[in-house]
Unconditional design. Structure first.
Length: 344
C-alpha cells in the first residue's frame, strides 16, 4: 500500500510549504466513471501511484483520442496509411491462407476506437465473402459510438455489434463464438496496458483452436529512449494531463507534466509531478476516500512499453499463446504478431 502522510508528518513539515491543498473531482468525473471504476482508480493511486491509461478514453477522453487520431495517426496525402493498416495489408495473404477453408469468420476488434485501422482488412474479407460479422469492443462508450457510425457507413450490409469491455479485467464474451475468430488488437495498445500478462491470458482464454490473435506494437529497447517526446508521448499525454487536471480539480501552477523512462516497468511514462502537498478528496455516493500526495511525488497517467523479441515470446508463452507468424514495418520499428493457442 502507498504511504499516506498526515499534515504533522515530518516529511511534510520539512517542506517549505506545509499547507495541504485539496482537489475534488468534478461532477463530470463521477458521471463518466462507474463506482467500481472510481474504486479501481483509487486503488491504483494507493498501490502504484497511477491513474490507469485505459480510463483516458472515457468521457471527454474519447473526443481527445479521436482528435489525436485524426490529426496525428490517420492517413493523409503525405501519409497514405498508418503502420497497422500497412502491416495488416502485408499480412493479409498469410491470414487468408489460414482461413481459406473456413466458410466465414467473425472479426473481433478489441480496443476498436474509431474502427478505421480495420477498414481495409474488412473490405478485403468482405470482397471474398469471408466475414460473418464485425464486433467492436472498447472500454469507451464514446469511441464505440464513433465506431458504429463509421462502420455502418462503410459496410451497411455487414452485421455490426459493439459492446463496452475492459480486456484487462475480462475475457471476450462467449456469445461471440460460433465462427472462427480473428481477434484484432491494433495500434500500440498492447504496450499501453498496465498488466500485459493478464491481457494476454484473457485473450488466450477467449480463443478456440481455429482462432487468431493479431496485434501490433512498437519493438525495440525502452531504456534507449532519447528523451524526445513524439507521437502519443507528446501529444496524447499532453491532452490527458490537461483533462486530468480539470477533472480532479488540480491547479495548473501546482503541478507539471514529466516524461521519462521508468526502470521498474521498463516503459516510457508521462507523470503528473506535484509541486505542492495535495489531498485528492473522493467523496461521492458512498465513497469516502482521500489520497494525500506529498510535494515532489509523481503519478503516472500515460505509459508505453516497446517489446524486444525474446521478451515478447516469453510473455506469449507464459499466457499459453504461440507466435506463429510476424512481420515488421520497413523501419523495423513496429511488429505485427499473429498468434494461436498452444496445443497441449
Amino acid at each position: 500500500m502507498a504511504k499516506k502522510f498526515l499534515s504533522n508528518s515530518p516529511i511534510l513539515s520539512n517542506n517549505s510549504t506545509s499547507h495541504i491543498r485539496v482537489a475534488k473531482p468534478s461532477s463530470e468525473f463521477y458521471s463518466v466513471f462507474s463506482k467500481a471504476e472510481v474504486l479501481e482508480i483509487i486503488h491504483a493511486l494507493e498501490t502504484r501511484w497511477e491513474i490507469p491509461l485505459k480510463y483516458a478514453y472515457k468521457g471527454q477522453g474519447a473526443k481527445i483520442w479521436h482528435e489525436f487520431y485524426q490529426k496525428f495517426v490517420s492517413p493523409k496525402w503525405y501519409r497514405k496509411s498508418s503502420v497497422e493498416i500497412d502491416l495488416l495489408r502485408n499480412n493479409f495473404a498469410y491470414i487468408y491462407s489460414n482461413i481459406q477453408k473456413c466458410e466465414q469468420v467473425n472479426v473481433i476488434d478489441v480496443g476498436a476506437g474509431n474502427s478505421y485501422p480495420a477498414k481495409d482488412f474488412v473490405t478485403k474479407l468482405n470482397q471474398l465473402n469471408k466475414i460473418n460479422k464485425y464486433i467492436a469492443l472498447d472500454i469507451s462508450e464514446g469511441l464505440l459510438t464513433v465506431s458504429r457510425k463509421n462502420f455502418t457507413t462503410w459496410f451497411p450490409k455487414i452485421d455490426y455489434i459493439n459492446q463496452q469491455m475492459d480486456i484487462e479485467n475480462s475475457c471476450i464474451p462467449a456469445n461471440f463464438s460460433g465462427n472462427p475468430k480473428i481477434i484484432l488488437h491494433l495500434g500500440v495498445t498492447m504496450g499501453n496496458h498496465h498488466n500485459r500478462n493478464q491481457v494476454l491470458k484473457n485473450f488466450r482464454n477467449s480463443m478456440d483452436e481455429n482462432d487468431f490473435l493479431i496485434f501490433t506494437n512498437e519493438i525495440g529497447s525502452n531504456s534507449q529512449w532519447n528523451g524526445i517526446a513524439r507521437g502519443g508521448c507528446k501529444y496524447h499525454a499532453k491532452e490527458i494531463y490537461r483533462s486530468i487536471k480539470n477533472s480532479i480539480g488540480l491547479k495548473s501552477q501546482d503541478c507539471q507534466l514529466v516524461r521519462k523512462y521508468d526502470l521498474a516497468t521498463d516503459s516510457v511514462v508521462a507523470n503528473i509531478k506535484f509541486l505542492h502537498n495535495y489531498n485528492i478528496d473522493f467523496s461521492f455516493q458512498g465513497i469516502d476516500k482521500s489520497i494525500e500526495i506529498s510535494k515532489g511525488k509523481e503519478i503516472t497517467i500515460w505509459r508505453h512499453h516497446k517489446y524486444e523479441m525474446p521478451k515478447l515470446i516469453q510473455e506469449l508463452e507464459g499466457a499459453g499463446l504461440e507466435l506463429v507468424h510476424y512481420t515488421t514495418n520497413k523501419y523495423s520499428s513496429h511488429i505485427m504478431a499473429i498468434c494461436k493457442i498452444v496445443n497441449n
